[in-house]
Each structure stands twice: as structure tokens, then as C-alpha cells.
Design a protein around this ligand. Structure first.
Ligand code: ACM
Length: 552
């Protein structure tokens, strides 16, 4: 039975019960631990008692089912890694103290959903699909890792949870061009997304300041395009230049990329690669100057800001891009492929007689229409290969290519317009979902000093704009946080940007908007602090000491 709206009332009730009984005694003679599941489940009923995971607890699941086997084994290894407790696997289903995982047929549980039942005899997670079982295990993992008690057992509140996501697209982006992070760091990022039930990792692999994906047919992309000289501009906003007199960079081999895609898939996360075009292409053009408009030699860009260097719109470029995407599609099974499309400065197109000639031959109105034509060609190639193009909201300018999905970052206007035109939309407005912005006024690193996106600001975001009617809202498939890394030199700083705002974003994309309360959320977040410490994550501690204030 799904009981909406009970969650926020039951926790205070349990706390009250504990206070009234003085010693906190209840049926099990121990205080019942609070539950800090984030994102907030769609429904959760506590019974006021608890179950103990102890040395006798056995994990049971159908070992023939590879999805269950994989999720169970990940769960066991995380518990072992972070709590030093070994959870044993039962040979067959028994009735004793156990955690059981079961695939069932239950049409009342929506896609990706699960049922979690903790009662006297044990814990049962059931779902229609492997993803649901995985998410149920993440809820359990959060409870277990947040436990601070020093008992020989882990107390788990008895409860009935029915849970499923509000949106099918729950994503986080990471820019690895401006600063490069190791394979292990990227895996760690994916771990964090998995813990909060995200299902898309948007990997920003190419930009003016570095090309980070090995392409076999074009080795110079990584021999040349992955490395930049370092100049004093890296001192921007007081940062010290750490790389003087040496090149800065790095890239992922195809083998490493396959490993990361597989690692993410085991955690029900699809990796969506982004290959930027027609702008943000200076690193590629540094490697292959014939792809540029001027034909001049370029360096990989060393400064932040947007480069005016843009791909030329001729066959040489489309041949190149089709070759690149052929390798990209082979590496990434994602239905969606991101082609960037943002911030393409078109001065070089304006100044080139050949490009102007092409615009006339194609009967196009201007450079914006040329960009639309350019992106449309790439979109057609992707479509012929069974994929869907995603672009930043600038791809609306000059006409949206057929079948394109829009990621709305310059606020929500682009998303609204695309939905009105019947295109799918992912909301990623910088005002609320750019996690590279300060968490508070005096954060240590930032993209642009004036921007602040605090915890409440993220948490309060509603992916459905008021302007859209119910029919148009169905095009909003989800929301997405971004971390641009111009001023984020280390992965420790990436973590700091992510935590705890990732928790707030997870509620935006997963939980029932009408049934959430910010103060209650921050209570659950506080409950997760021991988990952050066990994970060794670098988080913004001050946030967790502050009473929440929602910034609209
Ligand atoms: C962007 O922030 N340029 C998408």
C-alpha cells in the first residue's frame, strides 16, 4: 500500500515517543534510529521498532540472476570497505535473520521503483527490475553507513517503503577538459551519483582547453589536443599557477573509457559523452588545423573564457566528426549523445569569404542558421545510427534540429521554448543547478565570483516551469547538475562542490515535490554526516551546521 505524506509526521512522532519514554526504550529496549534516506522515498512508514543486522544476518538472492548477483556483490563490498563488516550470502532462502532481494511482478511499482520492507525477521527488497533492487540497496547502504552506534549489530528501523523516481533523467555533469581527473576519481564521482540514485553521468570530454578522449583514427587529438601550456591566466581569482614550465593535461584511453562505462552500468548509470561543436573546439583544431576556418596553427587554449576558434562547416569537418562519432558510439551505448552547441562565437564564419559563400549556396539566412544546419547534419548522422542528439539551449537559435533534446542552462527559457515545440528537455539552469558556483558567499573556488547556489536554492528547484501546461510538461524528462572546472584543480575540490548539494538535487529529480519539507530534509542530511566521514568525502561542513534557508 502506498501511503503518501506520512514520512514527515512519523519521524517527529518517533522522536517524541523516545523522549516520552525517557530511556528511549521501546520493544527492542534501544532507541529506534532515525532514518536518513535521501532522496526522500515516495512513501515510508515506520513502525517504531527495529531490526538488527548482526553476524547471523545472511543475504539471499537468486544467484542465477546476474543483475542481482552484481548489485549484491557491490553492496557487500561497500559494507566491508566502509564498516569492516562481512555480510554472508545464504545458499538458499531461509526464514532466519536475513536480507533478501527479489525480482517480482508488481504493476503498482513504477519504473525503477522498489519496495523495501524491514520487519521482525529481516529486510526484503523487491522490484520489477534490477535497477529497483539496486536503488533499494542504496537506501539500505545509506542507513548502514550513517549508523553511528557502537553496537555489535547495525540497528535498522522497521519500515515499509515504496519508492520510485519522479523523473526518468537524473543527471550530473563533470567537465574534465578544464581540469583533468583520474580514472579512479571519475569512478568515485560515479559512486556518489549511484548512492543518490542518479542515472546519468554527463561526461564533458572535449573543450578549448583539452581534448580528453582517445580517438584511434586521429591520434593527434590526444598527442597534441590533450596538453596545454600553462600561463599566468591560471592565476585568475587568486589561484596559484601550479604548473609553470610544464604542460598540463591528460586523456582517457579507449580501454579506460570502456572500463568507466561498464563501472557506471553496474550502478545503473548511463554515461552520456559530450563532444563539443561547432565551438569550444580549439583543442581539436590545434591538433588538426585544417578543421579550422583560418587554417592557422593554434595552440590548445590556455586561458579560460570562450575561444573564437570554430570548426569550418565544410566536408573535411563532417568527415572528421563522423569518424570521431563512429568511435564514440562504439564506446558509449547511451541512446543520447551530447554535442554541446553552446557559446559558439561566429566571428570567424562572418569573416570568411568561403563560409559566406556556403551560406548563400545553402540559401541560409545567417550564421545562426548555418549553426543549425551544421548541428542538423551531425544529428542526422546520430539518428541514422540509432541515437538522439542533445545540445545546450543555444541549439534553438537558427531552428532546432529535428528530434533534438535540449539541455536548458541559460535559465529555463530555452527549455520552455523547446517543450512548446514538442522537444524533450533536460533542465539545468545555472541559477540553481551549477554546482561549481559558491555554496555560500565566501567559498574557496568559483567560476564567476558573483554566483551563489546554496543548498536550499538547489533543493527548492522545480524542473516544471509554471509557464508550461500539463501537456507540455511531459517533455521535461528531468534535471541535471553541472560542475564546470575552470577553478577546480583537484578532485577533492570537486567533492567539495558536490557535497552536500548532490543530496538536494537528488530530491529535485526523485522525490514527490508536494511532500517535501526543507527543514526535514536538512535533518536527514545531518543524519548522513557519519556516512560522509566514513566515505572520506570532502564536504562543505559549515552547511550542515546552519539552519536551512531557502533562497528562491
Ligand atoms: C555552458 O555552461 N556553457 C553550457
Amino acid at each position: 500500500m502506498v501511503v503518501h505524506g506520512t514520512y514527515k509526521y512519523i519521524i517527529p512522532l518517533v522522536v517524541l515517543l523516545i523522549l516520552i519514554t525517557g530511556t528511549g526504550a521501546c520493544a527492542d529496549q534501544e532507541p529506534v534510529p532515525a532514518t536518513g534516506i535521501i532522496p526522500q522515498p515516495q512513501s515510508l512508514e515506520l513502525s517504531g521498532e527495529m531490526f538488527r543486522i548482526n553476524n547471523a544476518t545472511m543475504l539471499w538472492y537468486d544467484k542465477e540472476n546476474t543483475a542481482l548477483e552484481s548489485s549484491a556483490s557491490l553492496f557487500r563490498s561497500e559494507i566491508l570497505k566502509y564498516t569492516d563488516r562481512k555480510i554472508r550470502v545464504a545458499a538458499k532462502e531461509g526464514s532466519g535473520n536475513r536480507i533478501s532481494l527479489e525480482i517480482i511482478r508488481d504493476h503498482t511499482i513504477p519504473a525503477e521503483g522498489y519496495r523495501l520492507s524491514v520487519n521482525r525477521s529481516g529486510i526484503r527488497i523487491s522490484a520489477n527490475e534490477g535497477s529497483g533492487i539496486f536503488y533499494g540497496l542504496q537506501s539500505m547502504l545509506q542507513l548502514i553507513l550513517s549508523d553511528e552506534s557502537q553496537h555489535r549489530y547495525i540497528p535498522v528501523p522497521r519500515m515499509e517503503v515504496v519508492d520510485f523516481p519522479a523523473f526518468s533523467w537524473r543527471g550530473m555533469h563533470l567537465d574534465v577538459s578544464r581540469h583533468f581527473y583520474t580514472v579512479d576519481s571519475v569512478k568515485r564521482y560515479i559512486d556518489y551519483l549511484a548512492l543518490y540514485k542518479f542515472n546519468r553521468f554527463h561526461w564533458h570530454l572535449t573543450d578549448d582547453q583539452g581534448w580528453r578522449i582517445e580517438i584511434k583514427k586521429y591520434p593527434k587529438l590526444t598527442e597534441v589536443g590533450a596538453w596545454r601550456k600553462v600561463d599566468n591566466d591560471l592565476q585568475f581569482h587568486g589561484e596559484k599557477n601550479r604548473y609553470k614550465d610544464s604542460l598540463y593535461g591528460g586523456f582517457y584511453t579507449q580501454e579506460e573509457i570502456r572500463e568507466i562505462v561498464e563501472y557506471a552500468a553496474q550502478r545503473y548509470i548511463t554515461v552520456v559523452p559530450e563532444i563539443e561543436l561547432p565551438g569550444h573546439a580549439q583543442a581539436a583544431i590545434a591538433a588538426y588545423p585544417e578543421l579550422g576556418v583560418t587554417g592557422k596553427e593554434q595552440e590548445v587554449r590556455t586561458r579560460w573564457g570562450i575561444s573564437p576558434v570554430i570548426y569550418n562547416p565544410f566536408e573535411v569537418t563532417f568527415d572528421f566528426l563522423e569518424d570521431v562519432f563512429t568511435e564514440v558510439l562504439d564506446l558509449f551505448p547511451s541512446k543520447y549523445i551530447h554535442i554541446g552547441g553552446d557559446e559558439a562565437i561566429k566571428d570567424q564564419w562572418k569573416e570568411s569569404a568561403e563560409v559566406q559563400q556556403l551560406i548563400r549556396e545553402l540559401g541560409l539566412a545567417d550564421e545562426h542558421a548555418l549553426q543549425s544546419w551544421f548541428i542538423g547534419r551531425v544529428g542526422k548522422f546520430l539518428e541514422e545510427n540509432g541515437r538522439v542528439l542533445i545540445g545546450w539551449d543555444e541549439i534553438l537559435e537558427g531552428g532546432l534540429p529535428e528530434g533534438a533534446t535540449v539541455m536548458s542552462w541559460r535559465g529555463v527559457a530555452g527549455g520552455i521554448e523547446a517543450a512548446r515545440q514538442g522537444h524533450d528537455v533536460i533542465m539545468s539552469p545555472n541559477t540553481h543547478l551549477y554546482l561549481n558556483f559558491y555554496q555560500y558567499e565566501n567559498g574557496p573556488t568559483n567560476w564567476a565570483k558573483r554566483h551563489v547556489t546554496n543548498l536550499g536554492n538547489v533543493w527548492s528547484y522545480d524542473p516544471y516551469p509554471q509557464e508550461l501546461d500539463l501537456e507540455q510538461r511531459k517533455y521535461i524528462i528531468g534535471a541535471h547538475g553541472c560542475i564546470w572546472t575552470e577553478h577546480i584543480q583537484t578532485f577533492r575540490e570537486v567533492e567539495y562542490k558536490l557535497f552536500p548539494r548532490i543530496a538536494a538535487l537528488s530530491e529535485v529529480v526523485w522525490s514527490d515535490r508536494l511532500n517535501r519539507d526543507f527543514a526535514e530534509f536538512t535533518g536527514r542530511l545531518q543524519h548522513q554526516v557519519p556516512m560522509f566521514d566514513k566515505l572520506g568525502v570532502n564536504y562543505y561542513k559549515e552547511e550542515l551546521q546552519r539552519e536551512g534557508d531557502v533562497m528562491e
